[in-house]
Design a protein around this ligand. Structure first.
Ligand code: PLP
Length: 452
Protein backbone atom coordinates (compact mmCIF):
# COMPACT_ATOMS: atom_id res chain seq x y z
CA UNK A 1 0.00 0.00 0.00
CA UNK A 2 2.93 2.34 0.57
CA UNK A 3 3.98 1.77 -3.06
CA UNK A 4 0.45 2.56 -4.25
CA UNK A 5 0.29 5.53 -1.88
CA UNK A 6 3.46 6.94 -3.40
CA UNK A 7 1.65 7.23 -6.73
CA UNK A 8 -1.94 8.01 -5.73
CA UNK A 9 -2.45 8.24 -1.97
CA UNK A 10 -6.24 8.42 -2.28
CA UNK A 11 -6.35 4.93 -3.78
CA UNK A 12 -4.18 3.55 -0.97
CA UNK A 13 -6.48 5.27 1.54
CA UNK A 14 -9.57 3.76 -0.11
CA UNK A 15 -8.04 0.28 0.01
CA UNK A 16 -7.17 0.71 3.73
CA UNK A 17 -10.66 2.02 4.45
CA UNK A 18 -12.22 -0.94 2.61
CA UNK A 19 -10.21 -3.36 4.74
CA UNK A 20 -11.39 -1.56 7.89
CA UNK A 21 -15.03 -1.61 6.69
CA UNK A 22 -14.83 -5.33 5.91
CA UNK A 23 -13.26 -6.03 9.31
CA UNK A 24 -15.61 -3.91 11.37
CA UNK A 25 -18.97 -4.75 9.82
CA UNK A 26 -20.84 -8.01 9.42
CA UNK A 27 -20.67 -8.96 5.75
CA UNK A 28 -23.98 -10.68 5.06
CA UNK A 29 -24.32 -10.00 1.33
CA UNK A 30 -25.15 -13.41 -0.11
CA UNK A 31 -22.95 -12.94 -3.19
CA UNK A 32 -19.81 -11.85 -1.32
CA UNK A 33 -17.02 -13.68 0.44
CA UNK A 34 -13.43 -13.29 1.63
CA UNK A 35 -10.93 -14.81 -0.83
CA UNK A 36 -7.79 -16.31 0.71
CA UNK A 37 -4.45 -14.46 0.67
CA UNK A 38 -3.22 -17.03 -1.90
CA UNK A 39 -6.11 -16.13 -4.23
CA UNK A 40 -5.55 -12.38 -3.77
CA UNK A 41 -1.81 -12.66 -4.38
CA UNK A 42 -2.29 -14.80 -7.50
CA UNK A 43 -4.20 -11.81 -8.94
CA UNK A 44 -1.71 -9.05 -8.17
CA UNK A 45 1.27 -9.85 -10.38
CA UNK A 46 2.89 -9.74 -13.82
CA UNK A 47 0.48 -12.17 -15.47
CA UNK A 48 -1.80 -9.14 -15.64
CA UNK A 49 0.48 -7.62 -18.29
CA UNK A 50 0.06 -10.42 -20.83
CA UNK A 51 -2.24 -10.64 -23.85
CA UNK A 52 -3.42 -14.17 -24.62
CA UNK A 53 -6.40 -14.21 -26.98
CA UNK A 54 -7.19 -17.74 -28.10
CA UNK A 55 -7.18 -20.95 -26.09
CA UNK A 56 -4.45 -23.07 -24.49
CA UNK A 57 -1.85 -23.94 -27.16
CA UNK A 58 -3.72 -21.90 -29.83
CA UNK A 59 -3.02 -18.23 -29.14
CA UNK A 60 -3.09 -15.21 -31.37
CA UNK A 61 -0.10 -13.80 -29.41
CA UNK A 62 3.43 -15.05 -28.89
CA UNK A 63 4.95 -15.80 -25.50
CA UNK A 64 1.90 -17.31 -23.83
CA UNK A 65 3.44 -20.42 -22.28
CA UNK A 66 2.91 -19.27 -18.70
CA UNK A 67 -0.65 -18.20 -19.39
CA UNK A 68 -1.19 -21.64 -20.97
CA UNK A 69 0.01 -23.20 -17.73
CA UNK A 70 -2.37 -21.27 -15.48
CA UNK A 71 -5.35 -21.55 -17.81
CA UNK A 72 -4.86 -25.31 -18.24
CA UNK A 73 -4.53 -25.72 -14.47
CA UNK A 74 -7.67 -23.71 -13.73
CA UNK A 75 -9.63 -25.75 -16.29
CA UNK A 76 -8.27 -29.04 -14.94
CA UNK A 77 -9.17 -28.15 -11.35
CA UNK A 78 -12.62 -27.00 -12.49
CA UNK A 79 -13.28 -30.28 -14.32
CA UNK A 80 -12.17 -32.24 -11.26
CA UNK A 81 -14.06 -30.18 -8.69
CA UNK A 82 -17.34 -30.29 -10.61
CA UNK A 83 -16.99 -33.55 -12.54
CA UNK A 84 -17.48 -31.68 -15.82
CA UNK A 85 -16.42 -32.87 -19.26
CA UNK A 86 -15.17 -29.42 -20.25
CA UNK A 87 -14.35 -26.15 -18.47
CA UNK A 88 -13.79 -22.69 -19.99
CA UNK A 89 -12.22 -20.37 -17.44
CA UNK A 90 -11.79 -17.15 -19.44
CA UNK A 91 -15.03 -15.22 -18.75
CA UNK A 92 -14.31 -12.02 -16.84
CA UNK A 93 -17.54 -12.13 -14.89
CA UNK A 94 -20.81 -14.02 -14.47
CA UNK A 95 -22.55 -11.93 -17.09
CA UNK A 96 -19.76 -12.74 -19.59
CA UNK A 97 -20.01 -16.44 -18.78
CA UNK A 98 -23.74 -16.30 -19.53
CA UNK A 99 -23.15 -14.48 -22.82
CA UNK A 100 -20.58 -17.11 -23.84
CA UNK A 101 -23.10 -19.83 -22.98
CA UNK A 102 -25.94 -18.21 -24.94
CA UNK A 103 -23.80 -17.87 -28.06
CA UNK A 104 -22.46 -21.40 -27.64
CA UNK A 105 -25.97 -22.87 -27.53
CA UNK A 106 -26.99 -20.73 -30.46
CA UNK A 107 -23.99 -21.62 -32.58
CA UNK A 108 -24.43 -25.31 -31.76
CA UNK A 109 -27.99 -25.12 -33.09
CA UNK A 110 -26.91 -23.09 -36.09
CA UNK A 111 -24.34 -25.67 -37.01
CA UNK A 112 -26.76 -28.53 -36.62
CA UNK A 113 -26.83 -31.05 -39.49
CA UNK A 114 -30.03 -29.56 -40.87
CA UNK A 115 -28.40 -26.19 -41.30
CA UNK A 116 -25.27 -27.70 -42.73
CA UNK A 117 -27.51 -29.12 -45.41
CA UNK A 118 -28.76 -25.59 -46.05
CA UNK A 119 -25.16 -24.63 -46.80
CA UNK A 120 -24.25 -22.93 -43.50
CA UNK A 121 -20.92 -24.19 -42.25
CA UNK A 122 -19.89 -21.95 -39.38
CA UNK A 123 -21.57 -19.33 -37.27
CA UNK A 124 -19.00 -16.74 -38.33
CA UNK A 125 -19.99 -17.22 -42.00
CA UNK A 126 -23.58 -16.15 -41.47
CA UNK A 127 -24.91 -13.19 -43.43
CA UNK A 128 -27.73 -10.94 -42.20
CA UNK A 129 -30.14 -12.91 -44.41
CA UNK A 130 -28.93 -16.19 -42.86
CA UNK A 131 -29.57 -14.76 -39.40
CA UNK A 132 -33.09 -13.75 -40.39
CA UNK A 133 -33.76 -17.29 -41.63
CA UNK A 134 -32.23 -18.75 -38.52
CA UNK A 135 -34.29 -16.57 -36.23
CA UNK A 136 -37.35 -18.06 -37.83
CA UNK A 137 -35.96 -21.60 -37.67
CA UNK A 138 -34.78 -21.25 -34.10
CA UNK A 139 -38.18 -20.00 -33.03
CA UNK A 140 -37.01 -16.42 -32.60
CA UNK A 141 -34.62 -17.49 -29.86
CA UNK A 142 -36.93 -18.02 -26.94
CA UNK A 143 -35.71 -18.37 -23.38
CA UNK A 144 -37.58 -19.54 -20.30
CA UNK A 145 -36.05 -18.27 -17.06
CA UNK A 146 -36.97 -17.65 -13.44
CA UNK A 147 -38.76 -14.36 -12.82
CA UNK A 148 -36.83 -11.63 -11.04
CA UNK A 149 -39.20 -11.43 -8.09
CA UNK A 150 -38.97 -15.20 -7.58
CA UNK A 151 -35.17 -14.82 -7.36
CA UNK A 152 -33.99 -15.00 -10.99
CA UNK A 153 -31.17 -12.89 -12.42
CA UNK A 154 -31.18 -10.00 -14.90
CA UNK A 155 -29.05 -11.98 -17.33
CA UNK A 156 -31.78 -14.62 -17.63
CA UNK A 157 -33.61 -12.72 -20.36
CA UNK A 158 -34.67 -9.47 -18.74
CA UNK A 159 -35.04 -6.17 -20.57
CA UNK A 160 -32.33 -4.09 -18.88
CA UNK A 161 -29.79 -6.77 -19.90
CA UNK A 162 -28.60 -7.77 -23.38
CA UNK A 163 -30.11 -11.23 -22.81
CA UNK A 164 -33.54 -9.58 -22.90
CA UNK A 165 -32.75 -8.13 -26.31
CA UNK A 166 -31.25 -11.36 -27.67
CA UNK A 167 -34.12 -13.55 -26.53
CA UNK A 168 -37.86 -13.47 -26.42
CA UNK A 169 -38.22 -14.25 -22.72
CA UNK A 170 -40.92 -15.84 -20.66
CA UNK A 171 -40.62 -16.32 -16.91
CA UNK A 172 -41.49 -19.11 -14.57
CA UNK A 173 -42.24 -18.17 -11.01
CA UNK A 174 -42.90 -19.80 -7.71
CA UNK A 175 -46.11 -21.13 -6.20
CA UNK A 176 -47.64 -18.19 -4.27
CA UNK A 177 -48.76 -20.55 -1.48
CA UNK A 178 -45.37 -22.16 -0.83
CA UNK A 179 -42.84 -19.87 -2.49
CA UNK A 180 -41.33 -22.96 -4.19
CA UNK A 181 -40.66 -23.53 -7.90
CA UNK A 182 -43.83 -24.95 -9.44
CA UNK A 183 -42.49 -27.63 -11.83
CA UNK A 184 -45.95 -28.49 -13.23
CA UNK A 185 -46.56 -24.87 -14.19
CA UNK A 186 -43.05 -24.69 -15.62
CA UNK A 187 -43.64 -27.81 -17.72
CA UNK A 188 -46.93 -26.43 -19.07
CA UNK A 189 -45.28 -23.13 -19.92
CA UNK A 190 -42.36 -24.87 -21.67
CA UNK A 191 -44.75 -26.99 -23.75
CA UNK A 192 -46.57 -23.91 -24.92
CA UNK A 193 -43.59 -21.55 -25.36
CA UNK A 194 -41.09 -24.09 -26.77
CA UNK A 195 -37.92 -22.24 -25.72
CA UNK A 196 -34.47 -22.76 -27.18
CA UNK A 197 -32.97 -22.46 -23.68
CA UNK A 198 -34.46 -23.22 -20.29
CA UNK A 199 -32.34 -21.46 -17.71
CA UNK A 200 -32.29 -22.50 -14.09
CA UNK A 201 -30.39 -20.83 -11.28
CA UNK A 202 -31.04 -17.77 -9.18
CA UNK A 203 -29.74 -14.90 -7.09
CA UNK A 204 -32.33 -14.88 -4.34
CA UNK A 205 -34.14 -18.21 -4.02
CA UNK A 206 -33.60 -19.79 -0.59
CA UNK A 207 -34.38 -23.39 -1.56
CA UNK A 208 -32.98 -26.15 -3.78
CA UNK A 209 -33.83 -26.65 -7.44
CA UNK A 210 -34.35 -30.15 -8.82
CA UNK A 211 -32.21 -30.16 -11.97
CA UNK A 212 -33.25 -33.70 -12.93
CA UNK A 213 -36.82 -32.52 -13.36
CA UNK A 214 -35.65 -29.39 -15.17
CA UNK A 215 -33.70 -31.55 -17.65
CA UNK A 216 -36.71 -33.80 -18.23
CA UNK A 217 -38.78 -30.75 -19.10
CA UNK A 218 -36.04 -29.37 -21.37
CA UNK A 219 -35.72 -32.70 -23.21
CA UNK A 220 -39.46 -32.95 -23.66
CA UNK A 221 -39.59 -29.63 -25.54
CA UNK A 222 -36.22 -29.91 -27.31
CA UNK A 223 -34.61 -27.11 -25.26
CA UNK A 224 -31.07 -26.91 -23.93
CA UNK A 225 -30.91 -26.83 -20.13
CA UNK A 226 -28.53 -24.14 -18.91
CA UNK A 227 -27.91 -23.70 -15.20
CA UNK A 228 -26.42 -20.52 -13.79
CA UNK A 229 -25.01 -21.73 -10.47
CA UNK A 230 -23.25 -18.43 -9.69
CA UNK A 231 -24.68 -18.27 -6.18
CA UNK A 232 -24.40 -21.88 -5.09
CA UNK A 233 -21.25 -23.08 -6.92
CA UNK A 234 -19.47 -23.40 -3.57
CA UNK A 235 -22.19 -25.73 -2.32
CA UNK A 236 -21.80 -27.87 -5.45
CA UNK A 237 -17.99 -27.88 -5.16
CA UNK A 238 -18.30 -28.79 -1.47
CA UNK A 239 -20.68 -31.70 -2.28
CA UNK A 240 -23.52 -30.31 -0.22
CA UNK A 241 -25.66 -30.24 -3.36
CA UNK A 242 -25.56 -33.70 -4.92
CA UNK A 243 -27.85 -36.00 -6.96
CA UNK A 244 -30.85 -34.14 -8.36
CA UNK A 245 -29.55 -30.88 -6.87
CA UNK A 246 -26.12 -30.93 -8.54
CA UNK A 247 -26.60 -29.19 -11.91
CA UNK A 248 -23.49 -30.57 -13.63
CA UNK A 249 -24.71 -34.11 -14.45
CA UNK A 250 -28.10 -32.81 -15.60
CA UNK A 251 -27.52 -29.62 -17.59
CA UNK A 252 -25.83 -29.46 -20.99
CA UNK A 253 -24.20 -26.18 -19.94
CA UNK A 254 -23.49 -24.63 -16.55
CA UNK A 255 -22.21 -21.13 -15.85
CA UNK A 256 -20.93 -19.62 -12.64
CA UNK A 257 -19.16 -16.75 -11.04
CA UNK A 258 -16.03 -17.67 -9.12
CA UNK A 259 -16.25 -15.05 -6.36
CA UNK A 260 -19.39 -15.93 -4.43
CA UNK A 261 -19.76 -19.11 -2.36
CA UNK A 262 -16.89 -20.62 -4.42
CA UNK A 263 -14.58 -18.07 -2.69
CA UNK A 264 -12.31 -17.33 -5.64
CA UNK A 265 -11.40 -14.18 -7.57
CA UNK A 266 -14.05 -11.97 -9.19
CA UNK A 267 -14.73 -13.77 -12.47
CA UNK A 268 -16.77 -16.32 -14.39
CA UNK A 269 -16.56 -19.81 -15.82
CA UNK A 270 -18.50 -22.15 -18.14
CA UNK A 271 -18.76 -25.93 -17.76
CA UNK A 272 -20.34 -28.03 -20.47
CA UNK A 273 -20.70 -31.42 -22.08
CA UNK A 274 -18.24 -32.41 -24.81
CA UNK A 275 -20.68 -31.59 -27.62
CA UNK A 276 -20.78 -27.94 -26.64
CA UNK A 277 -17.07 -27.62 -25.82
CA UNK A 278 -15.94 -26.40 -29.22
CA UNK A 279 -18.65 -23.72 -29.24
CA UNK A 280 -17.90 -22.58 -25.71
CA UNK A 281 -14.20 -22.22 -26.53
CA UNK A 282 -15.13 -19.61 -29.13
CA UNK A 283 -16.08 -17.27 -26.26
CA UNK A 284 -13.02 -15.30 -27.37
CA UNK A 285 -13.44 -13.65 -29.88
CA UNK A 286 -17.24 -14.05 -30.05
CA UNK A 287 -17.95 -12.29 -26.76
CA UNK A 288 -14.65 -11.78 -24.96
CA UNK A 289 -11.37 -10.06 -25.76
CA UNK A 290 -8.07 -11.00 -24.14
CA UNK A 291 -8.50 -13.14 -21.05
CA UNK A 292 -7.31 -11.93 -17.63
CA UNK A 293 -4.36 -14.29 -17.02
CA UNK A 294 -3.84 -13.09 -13.44
CA UNK A 295 -7.49 -13.84 -12.64
CA UNK A 296 -7.24 -17.26 -14.29
CA UNK A 297 -4.23 -17.92 -12.03
CA UNK A 298 -6.36 -16.96 -9.03
CA UNK A 299 -9.17 -19.22 -10.29
CA UNK A 300 -6.68 -22.10 -10.42
CA UNK A 301 -5.66 -21.39 -6.81
CA UNK A 302 -9.25 -21.07 -5.57
CA UNK A 303 -10.29 -24.29 -7.32
CA UNK A 304 -7.27 -26.07 -5.86
CA UNK A 305 -8.50 -24.86 -2.46
CA UNK A 306 -11.97 -26.19 -3.26
CA UNK A 307 -10.44 -29.63 -3.88
CA UNK A 308 -9.08 -29.75 -0.34
CA UNK A 309 -11.16 -31.77 2.16
CA UNK A 310 -11.72 -28.69 4.37
CA UNK A 311 -13.84 -27.12 1.64
CA UNK A 312 -16.60 -29.69 2.14
CA UNK A 313 -16.76 -28.76 5.77
CA UNK A 314 -16.86 -25.07 4.81
CA UNK A 315 -19.74 -25.63 2.37
CA UNK A 316 -21.75 -27.58 4.94
CA UNK A 317 -21.18 -24.87 7.56
CA UNK A 318 -22.50 -22.22 5.12
CA UNK A 319 -25.84 -24.05 5.01
CA UNK A 320 -25.86 -24.83 8.76
CA UNK A 321 -25.27 -21.16 9.46
CA UNK A 322 -28.01 -20.02 7.08
CA UNK A 323 -30.42 -22.40 8.80
CA UNK A 324 -29.36 -21.20 12.25
CA UNK A 325 -29.86 -17.61 11.14
CA UNK A 326 -33.28 -18.47 9.71
CA UNK A 327 -34.31 -20.18 12.96
CA UNK A 328 -33.06 -17.21 14.97
CA UNK A 329 -35.16 -14.82 12.90
CA UNK A 330 -38.25 -17.05 12.89
CA UNK A 331 -38.24 -17.46 16.65
CA UNK A 332 -38.22 -13.66 16.97
CA UNK A 333 -41.37 -13.49 14.83
CA UNK A 334 -39.83 -12.57 11.44
CA UNK A 335 -41.40 -13.72 8.17
CA UNK A 336 -39.09 -15.51 5.74
CA UNK A 337 -39.91 -16.23 2.11
CA UNK A 338 -40.61 -20.01 1.92
CA UNK A 339 -40.37 -20.15 5.74
CA UNK A 340 -36.67 -20.99 5.87
CA UNK A 341 -33.67 -21.99 3.76
CA UNK A 342 -31.89 -25.02 2.29
CA UNK A 343 -28.92 -23.09 0.93
CA UNK A 344 -26.69 -20.13 1.74
CA UNK A 345 -29.30 -17.39 1.91
CA UNK A 346 -32.36 -16.21 3.75
CA UNK A 347 -34.93 -13.83 2.27
CA UNK A 348 -36.46 -11.75 5.04
CA UNK A 349 -39.79 -10.03 4.33
CA UNK A 350 -39.43 -6.73 6.19
CA UNK A 351 -43.02 -5.58 5.63
CA UNK A 352 -43.80 -7.11 9.03
CA UNK A 353 -41.62 -4.36 10.55
CA UNK A 354 -43.54 -1.75 8.54
CA UNK A 355 -40.47 -1.06 6.38
CA UNK A 356 -39.41 -1.25 2.75
CA UNK A 357 -36.30 -3.21 1.84
CA UNK A 358 -34.52 0.06 1.15
CA UNK A 359 -35.25 1.43 4.64
CA UNK A 360 -34.23 -1.83 6.28
CA UNK A 361 -31.00 -2.09 4.25
CA UNK A 362 -30.00 1.47 5.23
CA UNK A 363 -30.86 1.06 8.94
CA UNK A 364 -28.86 -2.18 9.11
CA UNK A 365 -25.91 -0.54 7.38
CA UNK A 366 -25.99 2.28 9.97
CA UNK A 367 -25.66 -0.50 12.55
CA UNK A 368 -22.68 -2.27 10.97
CA UNK A 369 -24.70 -5.02 9.28
CA UNK A 370 -24.25 -5.14 5.50
CA UNK A 371 -27.08 -6.82 3.57
CA UNK A 372 -28.90 -5.88 0.41
CA UNK A 373 -32.51 -5.15 -0.33
CA UNK A 374 -34.22 -7.63 -2.62
CA UNK A 375 -37.64 -8.13 -4.19
CA UNK A 376 -39.84 -10.83 -2.75
CA UNK A 377 -42.43 -12.74 -4.83
CA UNK A 378 -45.30 -10.46 -5.92
CA UNK A 379 -43.45 -7.54 -4.33
CA UNK A 380 -45.75 -4.51 -3.93
CA UNK A 381 -42.75 -2.15 -3.71
CA UNK A 382 -41.06 -3.08 -7.00
CA UNK A 383 -37.39 -3.74 -7.67
CA UNK A 384 -36.02 -0.38 -6.42
CA UNK A 385 -37.55 -0.10 -2.93
CA UNK A 386 -38.50 -3.77 -2.49
CA UNK A 387 -39.99 -5.48 0.58
CA UNK A 388 -37.14 -7.86 1.34
CA UNK A 389 -33.62 -8.16 2.66
CA UNK A 390 -31.34 -10.89 1.31
CA UNK A 391 -28.98 -12.26 3.94
CA UNK A 392 -26.23 -14.73 3.10
CA UNK A 393 -23.70 -16.66 5.16
CA UNK A 394 -20.70 -17.54 2.88
CA UNK A 395 -18.51 -14.63 4.07
CA UNK A 396 -19.10 -14.92 7.81
CA UNK A 397 -18.67 -18.70 7.57
CA UNK A 398 -15.23 -18.07 6.03
CA UNK A 399 -14.45 -15.96 9.10
CA UNK A 400 -15.32 -18.96 11.29
CA UNK A 401 -18.59 -17.76 12.81
CA UNK A 402 -21.02 -20.53 13.78
CA UNK A 403 -24.52 -21.25 15.11
CA UNK A 404 -24.30 -19.27 18.36
CA UNK A 405 -23.13 -16.16 16.51
CA UNK A 406 -25.89 -16.64 13.91
CA UNK A 407 -28.50 -16.58 16.66
CA UNK A 408 -26.96 -13.42 18.06
CA UNK A 409 -26.90 -11.83 14.59
CA UNK A 410 -30.61 -12.67 14.20
CA UNK A 411 -31.15 -10.84 17.50
CA UNK A 412 -29.16 -7.82 16.27
CA UNK A 413 -31.08 -7.68 12.97
CA UNK A 414 -34.44 -7.95 14.75
CA UNK A 415 -33.40 -5.27 17.26
CA UNK A 416 -32.38 -2.80 14.55
CA UNK A 417 -35.48 -3.34 12.42
CA UNK A 418 -37.76 -3.05 15.46
CA UNK A 419 -36.05 0.25 16.34
CA UNK A 420 -36.53 1.64 12.80
CA UNK A 421 -39.62 3.56 11.71
CA UNK A 422 -40.59 4.65 8.21
CA UNK A 423 -40.03 8.37 7.63
CA UNK A 424 -41.72 10.97 5.48
CA UNK A 425 -40.51 13.12 2.61
CA UNK A 426 -40.17 16.94 2.51
CA UNK A 427 -43.85 17.09 1.47
CA UNK A 428 -44.86 15.25 4.66
CA UNK A 429 -46.03 12.18 2.72
CA UNK A 430 -44.81 8.68 3.73
CA UNK A 431 -41.51 7.88 2.05
CA UNK A 432 -40.26 4.47 0.90
CA UNK A 433 -36.64 5.56 1.43
CA UNK A 434 -36.56 7.76 4.54
CA UNK A 435 -36.48 6.24 8.00
CA UNK A 436 -35.64 7.02 11.58
CA UNK A 437 -33.50 4.72 13.69
CA UNK A 438 -32.86 5.09 17.40
CA UNK A 439 -29.18 6.21 17.40
CA UNK A 440 -28.43 4.45 20.68
CA UNK A 441 -29.54 1.14 19.16
CA UNK A 442 -27.48 1.74 16.01
CA UNK A 443 -24.40 2.53 18.07
CA UNK A 444 -24.78 -0.45 20.39
CA UNK A 445 -25.37 -2.91 17.51
CA UNK A 446 -22.50 -1.49 15.44
CA UNK A 447 -20.21 -1.91 18.46
CA UNK A 448 -21.19 -5.55 18.83
CA UNK A 449 -20.95 -6.12 15.05
CA UNK A 450 -17.36 -4.95 15.05
CA UNK A 451 -16.53 -7.23 18.01
CA UNK A 452 -18.00 -10.23 16.18
N1 PLP B 1 -25.71 -14.89 -12.45
C1 PLP B 1 -26.20 -14.84 -11.21
C2 PLP B 1 -27.18 -15.89 -10.78
C3 PLP B 1 -25.82 -13.83 -10.34
O1 PLP B 1 -26.34 -13.77 -9.11
C4 PLP B 1 -24.90 -12.85 -10.81
C5 PLP B 1 -24.43 -11.74 -9.94
O2 PLP B 1 -24.99 -11.29 -9.05
C6 PLP B 1 -24.43 -12.93 -12.11
C7 PLP B 1 -24.85 -13.96 -12.92
C8 PLP B 1 -23.52 -11.89 -12.69
O3 PLP B 1 -22.24 -11.98 -12.20
P1 PLP B 1 -21.20 -10.77 -12.42
O4 PLP B 1 -21.60 -9.69 -11.47
O5 PLP B 1 -19.87 -11.37 -12.12
O6 PLP B 1 -21.30 -10.34 -13.85
Amino acid sequence: LDVIGGVEPRVADAIRAELADQRESLKLIASENYASPAVLLAMGNWLSDKYAEGTVGRRFYAGCRNVDTVEALAAEHAREVFGAAHAYVQPHSGIDANLVAFWAVLSQRVESPALHKAGVRHVNDLTEADWATLRRELGDQRMLGMSLDAGGHLTHGFRPNISGKMFDQRSYGTDPATGLVDYDALRASAREFRPLIIIAGYSAYPRLVNFRIMREIADEVGATLMVDMAHFAGLVAGKVLTGDFDPVPHAQIVTTTTHKSLRGPRGGMVLCDSELAEHVDRGCPMVLGGPLPHVMAAKAVALAEARQPGFRDYAQRIVDNAQALAEGLLKRGARLVTGGTDNHLVLLDVSGYGLTGRQAEAALLDSGIVTNRNSIPQDPNGAWYTSGIRIGTPALTTRGLGGAEMDEIAELIDTVLAATAPGSGADGKPSKAKYTLDPAVAQRVAGRASEL
